[in-house]
Design a protein around this ligand. Structure first.
Ligand code: SF4
Ligand code: SF4
Ligand code: SF4
Length: 254
């Protein structure tokens, strides 16, 4: 029973990792200040980082990581068949993430470079929506726990859930940071979806766009900004490709 005198049903949640560092799942487990309230909201049925218990009666599946092996495809399809709501959880799941860097070179070369030529099954990294329908995407490398909590509360209370539509620059300006463009660096903040509290530029590191494009971005104007500052378009493209979140814009001819 909550303080308003009614009981909210806990939602049954399963969390699953594919090819990734599991940092997004750790975000959920790590924020101790709100962990008890968070766990009070959900019924964890499957979450390797938190519990050894395994149950397959989850309603919401948080799917972390990208798909890089054929057996992962079958496992993902089985999760999709069970889940009422499937959430692409983190940048790897939403866009392919850093794993997609290997897509730039032939797979044989990737195996030679990364696995020292060992016989290993791998294929180009794919985002979750390349394989199954995704109901909700929560980007971030890693995800923001505040945002995940807000979205889970929205799901439990059947309220509308949404991500910020505006770019990282808005959050960065609110913090009165010196713009990295003024220091001669390319920062993807003007075209990247906010929600991370501008954590990178606040730490004097350029945004690499882990949260993917903001809505209604003016990409030509961003390119103009890079050119006006006499910065390199190829460096800009390198940054755009880092998390694989800007595919459409990366293919765009300057
Ligand atoms: S999005 Fe980043 S933190 Fe999350 S699993 Fe992928 S690499 Fe790790
Ligand atoms: S540092 Fe980056 S995020 Fe901050 S205002 Fe400049 S371009 Fe925008
Ligand atoms: S500043 Fe950019 S790269 Fe850094 S967390 Fe935010 S969206 Fe991701």
């Amino acid at each position: 029973m909550n303080h308003l005198g009614f009981k909210l049903d806990k939602v049954k949640v399963g969390s699953f990792d594919f090819t990734c560092c599991e940092g997004c799942q750790l975000q959920l487990a790590n924020k101790e200040s709100t962990l008890p309230e968070f766990l009070g909201l959900i019924d964890i049925r499957n979450f390797r980082e938190i519990s050894s218990e395994r149950h397959d009666d989850y309603d919401i599946a948080l799917v972390e990581g990208s798909i890089t092996r054929s057996d992962e495809i079958e496992r993902l399809k089985a999760i999709r068949a069970q889940a009422k709501v499937l959430v692409a959880f983190g940048t790897c799941a939403c866009f392919g993430g850093v794993n997609s860097l290997k897509n730039r070179i032939p797979q044989e070369e990737a195996i030679r470079e990364v696995y020292d030529g060992k016989k290993i099954e791998t294929m180009p990294s794919m985002k979750i929506s390349d394989i199954v329908e995704v109901d909700l995407s929560i980007p971030g490398c890693p995800v923001s726990k505040d945002e995940v909590e807000r979205i889970m509360v929205g799901i439990v209370t059947r309220s509308a859930v949404s991500l910020p539509k505006y770019p990282v620059c808005v959050e960065c300006k609110q913090k009165l940071n010196t713009c990295l463009f003024d220091l001669g660096e390319i920062c993807l903040g003007p075209i990247t979806r906010a929600g991370c509290d501008a954590v990178c530029p606040t730490g004097k590191t350029a945004c690499l766009g882990c949260r993917g494009p903001a809505e209604d971005i003016n990409f030509p104007s961003f390119e103009e900004l890079v050119l006006d500052r006499k910065l390199s378009i190829s460096d800009m493209k390198e940054k755009l490709g880092f998390y694989n979140g800007f595919g459409d814009y990366l293919d765009h001819e300057s």
